[in-house]
Design a protein around this ligand. Sequence first.
Ligand SMILES: *[C@@H]1O[C@H](CO)[C@@H](O)[C@H](O)[C@H]1NC(C)=O
Ligand SMILES: *[C@@H]1O[C@H](CO)[C@@H](O)[C@H](O)[C@H]1NC(C)=O
Ligand SMILES: *[C@@H]1O[C@H](CO)[C@@H](O)[C@H](O)[C@H]1NC(C)=O
Ligand SMILES: *[C@@H]1O[C@H](CO)[C@@H](O)[C@H](O)[C@H]1NC(C)=O
Length: 570
Amino acid sequence: MAFVIRNSMEISAGLTVLISCLFLLSNGAEIEDCCQTNNNRQSFTTISKQPYRTSYHFQPSRNWINGVYLSSQILMYNPHGAVFGDIMIWAHSASYDLINWFHLNHAICPSEPYDINSCWSGSTTYILYTGIDANGRQVQNLAMPKNLSDPLLKEWVKFSGNPIMTPPNGVKVDNFRDPTTAWLGSDGEWRVIIGSQSNNQGMVILYRSKDFVHWTKFQHPLYSSERTGMWECPDFYPVSINGTNGVDTSILNPSVKHVVKTSFNSHDYYVLGTYDPQMEKFFPDSEFEGTSLDLRYDYGKFYASKTFFDSVKNRRILWAWVNESDSIQNDIEKGWSGVQSIPRQIWLDESGKQLVQWPVEEVEMLRGKQASINNKKLESGSVFEVSGIIASQVDVEVVFELPELEKADEFTSPGWVDPQLLCNDKNALIRSKLGPFSLLALATEDLTEQTAIFFRIFRGHNRYIVLMCSDQSRSSLREDTDKTTYGAFVDIDPLQVKISLRSLIDHSMIESFGGGGRTCITSRVYPRLATKRGARLCIFNNGTLSVVVSSMNAWSMNKALTGGEEGFKI
Ligand SMILES: *[C@@H]1O[C@H](CO)[C@@H](O)[C@H](O)[C@H]1NC(C)=O
Ligand SMILES: *[C@@H]1O[C@H](CO)[C@@H](O)[C@H](O)[C@H]1NC(C)=O
Ligand SMILES: *[C@@H]1O[C@H](CO)[C@@H](O)[C@H](O)[C@H]1NC(C)=O
Ligand SMILES: *[C@@H]1O[C@H](CO)[C@@H](O)[C@H](O)[C@H]1NC(C)=O
């Protein structure tokens, strides 16, 4: 029997709960009651010596993860190995600040369902998850906390009437998964959507329920689109049209727009639009194109993400699973794979055309020793090392002024160009007038190893074009890692705003936020020499024109408690 749990949902009752795209998988032979035992308590000595372990991003002490859950966090976890497979379970960690985490016992494991009779109401927290049944069908199941008085909801029990939704007619049995966070309609009934594909259209199938147990499918999907393939890990939520505040998932009024996000082709794409509750349909402002025109949360590695509304701080928070770019053999040798992004606040840009993301403010409590620069002119070809910080573990923000903006190279392409290809063709060694300039992260002194996160500015037909790139091609002397270059345009006008970049650098993880969070790129890198104290952080300008650093602030980051520490467990 194979058993897969992917994703789930939240309804909160005092405790904010989010569960992201989760997997629970067992290939059968040995279904064990792993909930009785916690993670294999291995020696972490070897792990602490590893150069690629992150210091302030959440990752498992060992083995494979994907997925999250807030305040309490549930992770898809493989207790037996560093890669996907074996028996997958839901590991459970908790945090009071989204940055420091402690382990709890595993929440749900492959085992016979408990016998439960209970009175369920909409103010209770449930988990709705996809299971794969004995016939290989993807079905939706329900689990609930065993003890609602437990603030950490440590124990979960499965509903005796599972499954509660099975693949509808016209949908392949293996294309029916990942229920979203439910929302409450004005009729008092719950709505939930499930990722699917039918007749070559990616879609989210809409259901409703009065009691969370009996679900009725609507005739039509909430939204579907050609050119995308199967939709995994969908997300559907409102964003405030005139502020950075978040709103509860069930809010529907003229002050919000809606977001549909789906995961396909290894990326998390979204469209903005309007939710019409009478027609029970979502109308996007523009459809998915299946090209580089489509909006993405992040233009590097960032998958199976999920948001939740944090009612305590009135914000919506996004986070995702960030995959390794290392070989499977190396993942197995280092004993773990997968890292969670730093949680990001997410809101609608003033333009109404895209979302903006920024690391949650809590990450700033890890900031230690600081280095600053103000008003420093960077002549063509200059490289300036930021000293006094630990460059392998740093939060850096840099803002540039472009005194000779009008001399920027002309953008000569006749039509739209794929920005990732442009970054690949014009990598960090190719000089134009304005650019490349910005950061060299995890660099050796001679720069043979370096990850360049940089901008290039072009003069377009009637506006300037800002390109942001993350060039991994020189990130490691090792040959066996994925060094794909990432890139995207930043929708800002450099005549109006300065060009800014913030990067969270953490040994093998670099999360970069360009233009105040309008364009995000996350990458994984595995330097051989630029590790720990051997790593440097530089500001560079290799354009033929000079640029000015109006400000630069970098902070060494303290280590967060991410669960991998020996003995740190409640
Ligand atoms: C439920 O949790 C509360 C709070 O942790 C605890 O006091 C109580 O004993 C628990 N009840 C059961 C039946 O375990
Ligand atoms: C936000 O927009 C709504 C709808 O247009 C309006 O009613 C509300 O006053 C606005 N709030 C702010 C803070 O501007
Ligand atoms: C995981 O990483 C590999 C190697 O970089 C990549 O090819 C693959 O697409 C990634 N998967 C996802 C879901 O991001
Ligand atoms: C600047 O560009 C030249 C020409 O490609 C290259 O040789 C040099 O290494 C570059 N400098 C930096 C800091 O990247």
